[in-house]
Design a protein around this ligand. Structure first.
Ligand SMILES: Nc1ncnc2c1ncn2[C@@H]1O[C@H](COP(=O)(O)OP(=O)(O)OP(=O)(O)O)[C@@H](O)[C@H]1O
Ligand SMILES: Cc1ncc(C[n+]2csc(CCO)c2C)c(N)n1
Length: 274
């Protein structure tokens, strides 16, 4: 027998914050208030085969585990010295050493693989699996191997997930739906995306110094018979949404806190300021 969905008012609240993107506090300033980088979850970083976003070095320094999806290793090898111009390229390369390179290994260059292998990076060749994407393989690996016992305290940041080939972008968004119970955030230079699972009520703290105001709420997986929001310019009030019907794009986050409850999983996206 199928279980009845939990009524909206009884769902636990999931809080979301992009404080991991805030610049490090200057030594003289007081500690960040609740939700700042200091109390952030354990971060795992996945680098995809796309140009590195400008904040890659910052997020790298905040991550406890750094995984490159196949050709993502080339992007770290080439891109970190480019982003950190003025520093010695060889020294930068050695400093930004991935813990793991994983995928079907048809994109990582042989000299890049050898360079990191010599530094101790673990390399997992999964060329036998041509049915799951390299990002899927990386998320499975992190979920299995993470030492974080409480997965609700794990946050996986994915660099370079958007703004490239459309089949890859859709595959990357599909991974959010495949792992609805893992906090995965897809990032590009221009925006971020995460899933709002229907099992929870959501409180999204909008970090106005770095994100917004443009945002969207999109039912990609399946229609939602009812979505209710606060904090947006165009709120939904027990409204049906479907891809092919109403979806919310070009919305504006008006308040510091946006709340969302929905009968189906939704994608949340918000712009990043450049
Ligand atoms: N243009 C892109 N746009 C968005 N994501 C991408 C793009 N290219 C690669 N990725 C992501 O990076 C991961 C690793 O990329 P890589 O090029 O190594 O994959 P691949 O499996 O060799 O791709 P393909 O064989 O389809 O070209 C992919 O699984 C995907 O998640
Ligand atoms: C229906 C279907 N469509 C596409 C692929 C191809 N594919 C999907 S993921 C992947 C690995 C990419 O690193 C490849 C080659 C498939 N297997 N099944």
């Amino acid at each position: 027998m199928a279980l009845a969905p939990t009524p909206p008012q009884q769902r636990p609240t999931m809080r979301h914050s992009s404080a991991f993107l805030l610049p490090p506090p200057s030594p003289s300033s007081s500690p960040a208030p609740g939700g700042g980088p200091a109390d952030a979850a354990t971060v795992a970083l996945v680098v995809l085969n796309q140009p590195l976003p400008r904040f890659a070095p910052l997020l790298w320094s905040r991550a406890a585990l750094r995984v490159c999806a196949d050709g993502g290793a080339n992007r770290v090898f080439d891109g970190m010295p480019e982003l950190l111009q003025g520093q010695d390229a060889g020294e930068v390369r050695a400093r930004y050493k991935p813990d793991v390179i994983k995928g079907d290994m048809d994109s990582v260059r042989p000299e890049v693989k050898e360079y990191y292998s010599n530094l101790g990076t673990k390399i997992f060749d999964e060329s036998h699996d041509q049915d799951t994407t390299d990002l899927h393989k990386c998320i499975s690996f992190i979920a299995k191997n993470s030492t974080v016992a409480d997965k609700s305290n794990l946050c996986i940041l994915v660099l370079g997930a958007l703004g490239g080939r459309f089949d890859h972008e859709m595959g990357n968004i599909n991974v959010l739906h495949i792992f609805p119970n893992i906090n995965i955030i897809l990032l590009s230079n221009d925006c971020l995306i995460f899933l709002l699972p229907r099992t929870h009520a959501h409180e999204i703290h909008v970090e106005r110094s770095i994100e917004g105001p443009h945002c969207g709420l999109i039912p990609i997986g399946m229609p939602s018979t009812s979505t209710t929001t606060t904090g947006l310019r165009w709120n939904l009030d027990n409204t049906s949404m479907s891809y092919g019907g109403l979806i919310s794009t070009s919305n504006i986050a008006e308040e510091d806190k946006v709340t969302v409850t929905s009968a189906s999983d939704l994608i949340w996206t918000i712009s990043l300021q450049n």
